[in-house]
Design a protein around this ligand. Sequence first.
Ligand code: FE2
Ligand code: FE2
Length: 474
Amino acid sequence: MPTIVQQRRSRAVRLSDLVSALSYALDLTEGQPLGHAQRTCIFGIRLAQAIGMPEQEQADLYYALLLKDSGCSSNAARMYQILGSDEIRARHDVKLIDWRSVNWSTLVYSLRHVQVGRPAWERLLALSQVAWQRHRQQKEVVEIRCERGAAIARKMGFPQRTAEAIRGLDEHWDGGGYPLGLQGTEIPLSARILSLAQTLEVFHRHSGMPAALQVARARSGRWFDPELVRAAHAIAQQDSLDNELSYAAQTVARLSPSEGAVTAGRERVDVICDGFADVVDAKSPYTSDHSKRVTEVAVGMAEHMGLEKPTVTLIRRAALLHDLGKLSVPNSILEKPAPLTSEEWAVVRRHPFHSEAILKRIQGFEQIAIIAGAHHERLDGTGYFRGLHANQLSMPARVLAVADVFDALSAKRPYREAIPLDEVFSIMRRDAPHALDGRCVEVLVESQRRARPSPAPEGLAMLQRAMSTHRGVA
Ligand SMILES: [Fe+2]
Ligand SMILES: [Fe+2]
């Protein structure tokens, strides 16, 4: 048995570093390579400096640029419903087309992303529906994303100006954007910068700066504020820009406003972790509130076991963020009503790897990364993504694994009722101590029996249904 992770004093975490590293999780949802939000932040801050934006406004803009996609997971389920295909790939490709126009590239986009793999007649029907309801559906998905993104930024403690920038990300200069169809200077300046900065980042990465500027020019006065497009030409002349983009994480750290340069207090760190748990939980109705419930259960177990406060803090943060990597799994897999293919399983089994990889980048979160990355590991080596064994799994990792399985089995899901607690416990006891830690399971049983009244027992059929639909992706 390994020693319980001990962390007498949490290492200092800078607010800007925390948000910057967690922005990788948002890149996953957007189907963008890691660093997209950071590079967008560099473009945005350089644009703001070029037009002489006051420093405090730049500080609010900085966080809006990093968090611009925090509402993206909220419309994932709806996008999947509309497209019937991998919505993450669709998100990636939509950034490369002028989605407001009906032209050859939007037609190719639709053919690539609507009901892929379905019979021809189904695809034709779906394509005609998408074309017919295009404006209403575009407005709907943008509205969900922008409103939710703004709400998450506010919940994380960022100012109104940051939230407004995120809400206005898809408004266009000529009034043709969404969700409100604001026009010109009705759109907050920070939102106008976000919109141009993300386009510059995408086209710069795909085809270089001349191509990025060409797109900006072509959409000037339609999508983008013409003054900002002129500023984009000015910043493109800066010799240092390419180097800054190549070392995006370091550049973003250097550009951080003075507030970000100070250590974030413990409460602020918890609020940010809580906000990102919301982003993860919004991904699918099949797992809504999962991270929050796992956290509640895991912390309850840790306290019941008498673990030290710093260890409980590690467990709380690891539980809130354990499924960050699930943002990389398309809803077409998460919500698939049929058994997964081996390729789809491979995508699912990578999600703890992504959680760990993102969290490892945050200074002071090294242990949290290891605990979160191990939440699907089992003591007998049958888990994933590493196939670790008992002697490699700490007590916090065991607590989290048990809490995760418990929620997957006990939570009510759209496709089934909650399984009665006694039945959940008997399933989990069958997996202990070879796969799940026996002491953790007993602590769970004890703490849950105290916390929840026992529901009336229900039939075995419900249990079997639940087990057949539980894919171990919790
Ligand atoms: Fe998971
Ligand atoms: Fe989970």
